[in-house]
Write a protein that binds this ligand. Structure first.
Ligand code: BGC
Length: 762
């Protein structure tokens, strides 16, 4: 029997065996930390205090001087043990010897690159995500990074928004589980451990609701939606002990998030009791000027600090203007001190005062890109693959006797397997899909053609103004060209397809097409890929389409004409091995969609946990839909096929529960097919009548269950009725009494097995 306590999932942190003895300092008590901060604050000059609130690019010339003069509290984008230690030594030459904290975007791995976060979320496997972040933390800290600007926990309903790739998708429950798991993975149990990385939940808050899916655009979010959809993953990160948060770029309900007292202070500090610090997003303090809520940078600094932004990323506005703002009394010394206190608190917790040098070149060489790290990346990549379609069980493919044509611009492309925000990932480390497939088959049975090129299609470079790591270059184009003898034309690809028994196509977006500043108005396959697909399909050969993208794409034609489709996101360093494992049935696919997959752009936003409305049914035109398109997504949230089938039965639910009682949902899941495989069972609830209009379904439990053919297991979800809490029209949090539906279902749109229960007054 599998017992899952949802209120506070107890997950064992898998600590990877340290390959060398690293002394793990004991964490300091809060009391001791406060005393040491008090003592420091008494000695700090105004300039030294302000220095702690300033973050600059560690790559810039003059960084060491800034550190020596105590004009900076943190650097971003300085990586590598030697470089970081050199800057740290400079900081320790300053009068008070306050150490620096080094921040970097370790978004889905440092050097060993995991699937992009949206792909990772498709695993529905918080435990494995936690383990992957342990690996990322171990690698990043070995390279001197002590603070990652992750996890990104923004809920997103709009795949036009390029940054949907960086989060966990549309659901607050899944998003909260994953937020906490990633924080635990990065931070471990003791921030002072040399292998622990301070996490940063971002972007606080509502950034994913950018109107029109246009990056940096304003968001209008009603209060109850903010509380029920957008805030929960942040709250979950705070409860998991996240050290820092990042404010966002966007204007939220008329107040930019980097000057938003209500979110940064009332909710975060007063309600949630968060005692770490908040960093602005890149230049977002200065951007209060174009937002129109500050006349100039001086006023921007004043408003940001007063709202609760402690550290100013990159724009230099705090350094320049805080001295006179404090001297003139416009910024009270007590406000400045509080921000400094928060930054110092995290530095103490991170052990930086005791152990400012937590790595060296030897550790860096030893801990990065190890076979064990790659193994975790391979597992997560495999679990992230979502089988969207598999007519007549075309998959898994036979391992012998067949000729396979591997076609498409992404088939043998190393760099684009990594996606956006690739840390210090290297294209040359990547196993391409073609390499993975070849490794499974006898020599001579694999043919290859690119068909078309997409390298020129990236709207944006991954590098640039934000100082992110440069897009990995290297062997990509060269390797592909060397391996493919024919030209990259559709005609050649068709000829190659004709010589094969089955075709596997790798199409999608170049990695830099999603991520920051990568909004799209159209979600079709970019370039000439759709033509390539249609031409190859016209050969009549069975086609497996493997899609690589950071967002759902418009694949209506493919869904109607191609027998098998896998959504692979960007799988990372181990892409080819993971994909080949699934294609040939060494592993059954177990990924599920963390976002609803629209049929067309016109349906956006489409998400499963919407309100019922007064006219929900589609018997005639007078309902909540379109004249020219279904209102249902192409694939619902939670959807994903396997190489077997599963059946649910014997559902039993506690019939009556008090608002503070425990609800038990128990059922049997059986593998009714031929392959050993893992199911992701999903528990949904629905409140029939509420004080505010309820959502049609809400996810409240997930479990991955591995079953041999015919095997069945009993699963028990134990959950406090607190999970049903909602807000009444006066924004009072409450658990409404009344009748609730409950489903155990394979996705948000499937019936599965259904039951009901009642919440009764105590
Ligand atoms: C992004 C953040 C990122 C920061 C530092 C910004 O442009 O919005 O997510 O952490 O740059 O690289």
């Amino acid at each position: 029997m599998i017992r899952i306590s949802l209120s506070r999932a107890t997950i064992t942190v898998v600590l990877l065996a340290a390959s060398g003895a690293l002394a793990v300092p004991q964490p300091l008590s809060n009391q001791k930390i406060n005393r040491r901060i008090d003592a420091l604050l008494r000695r700090m000059t105004l300039q030294e205090k302000i220095g702690q609130l300033v973050q600059y690019n560690g790559d810039a010339a003059g960084a060491a001087t800034q550190a020596k003069e105590a004009r900076v509290g943190s650097f971003l984008n300085a990586t590598g043990a030697e470089k970081v230690n050199e800057l740290q030594r400079a900081a320790l030459q300053s009068r008070l010897k306050i150490p620096l904290i080094f921040g970097y975007d370790v978004i889905h791995g440092y050097r060993t690159i995991f699937p992009v976060p949206l792909g990772g979320a498709a695993s529905f496997d918080p435990q494995l995500l936690e383990q992957s972040e342990r690996v990322a933390a171990k690698e990043a800290t070995a390279a001197g990074v002590k603070w990652t600007f992750a996890p990104m926990v923004d809920i997103a309903h709009d795949p036009r928004w390029g940054r949907i790739v960086e989060g966990a998708g549309e659901d607050p429950y899944l998003g909260s589980l994953i937020a906490a798991a990633r924080v635990r993975g990065f931070q471990g149990t003791n921030l002072a451990d040399p292998q622990s990385l301070v996490a940063c939940a971002k972007h606080f808050v509502g950034y994913g609701a950018a109107e029109g899916g246009r990056d940096y655009n304003s968001a209008e979010i009603p209060d109850d939606t903010l509380r029920e959809i957008y805030l929960p993953p942040f709250h979950s990160a705070v409860e998991a002990g996240v050290g820092t948060l990042m404010s966002a770029f966007e204007d939220l309900n008329d107040v930019p998030t980097s000057a938003n007292y209500r979110t940064l202070t009332q909710i975060l500090r007063k309600e949630w009791r968060f005692d770490g610090f908040v960093v602005s997003d890149y230049d977002s303090v200065h951007e209060l000027v174009p937002h129109g809520i500050a006349a100039d940078d001086a006023q921007a600094a004043q408003k940001a600090l007063a709202a609760g932004v402690d550290m100013d990323m990159a724009d230099g506005v705090y350094e320049k203007w805080l001295p006179q703002l404090v001297k003139s009394g416009k910024v009270p010394m007590s406000v400045l001190d509080e921000a400094v206190r928060r930054v110092l608190r995290i530095k103490f917790r991170a052990g930086l005062f005791e152990h400012p040098f937590y790595t060296d070149a030897a550790r860096e060489r030893r801990d990065i890109l190890t076979p064990e790290n790659r193994q975790v990346a391979r597992r997560l990549a495999e679990e992230s693959l979502v089988l969207l379609k598999n007519d007549n069980n075309l998959l898994p493919l036979s391992r012998s006797g067949k000729k396979i044509a591997v076609i498409g611009p992404l088939a043998d492309d190393q760099a684009n397997q990594l996606g956006s925000w690739v840390g210090r990932g290297q294209a040359t480390d990547v196993i391409t899909p073609l390499q993975g497939i070849e490794s499974k088959l006898p020599q001579g049975s694999v043919l290859h053609a690119r068909g078309v090129d997409i390298s020129s299609l990236e709207a944006q470079e991954i590098s640039g103004a934000t100082g992110a790591a440069p897009a990995p270059t290297g062997a990509t184009g060269a390797a592909a060209a060397a391996r493919e003898t024919g030209p990259a034309t559709i005609e050649h690809a068709v000829q190659v397809a004709q010589q094969a028994d089955v075709v596997v196509m790798f199409l999608g977006e170049p990695g830099g097409m999603s991520g920051e500043a990568s909004s799209r108005a159209f979600l079709d396959l970019p370039g000439k890929q759709e033509q390539l697909l249609e031409a190859v399909a016209a050969t009549g050969k069975p086609v497996v389409l493997v899609l690589e993208s950071g967002r759902p794409l418009d694949i209506r034609w493919a869904a109607g004409h191609v027998p098998a489709i896998i959504q692979a996101w960007y799988p990372g360093t181990e892409a080819g091995n993971a994909i080949a494992d699934v294609l040939f049935g060494y592993a059954a696919p177990s990924g599920r969609l963390p976002v609803s997959w629209p049929r067309s752009v016109g349906q956006i936003p489409v998400y499963y946990n919407h309100k019922n409305t007064g006219r929900p049914t589609s018997k005639d035109r007078w309902h909540t839909g379109y004249l020219d398109e279904s209102k249902e997504p192409l694939f619902p949230f939670g959807y994903g096929l396997s190489y077997t089938t599963f059946a649910y039965s014997n559902l039993s639910v506690t019939p009556k529960v008090a608002p503070h009682g425990v609800l038990r949902v128990r059922f049997t899941v059986q593998n009714t097919g031929q392959a050993i495989a893992t199911d992701v069972v999903q528990l949904y609830i629905h409140e029939r009548v509420g004080p505010t209009s309820p959502r049609v379904r809400e996810l409240k439990g997930i479990a991955r269950v591995t079953l041999r053919p015919s095997e069945s297991k009993t699963v028990v979800f134990d959950e406090t009725a607190e999970m049903l809490a909602t807000y009444d029209p006066r924004m009072k949090r409450m658990v409404p009494t009344g009748t609730y539906d409950v489903w155990i279902a394979p996705n948000a749109a499937a019936e599965g097995v259904a039951g009901s229960f009642q919440v009764v007054p105590k």
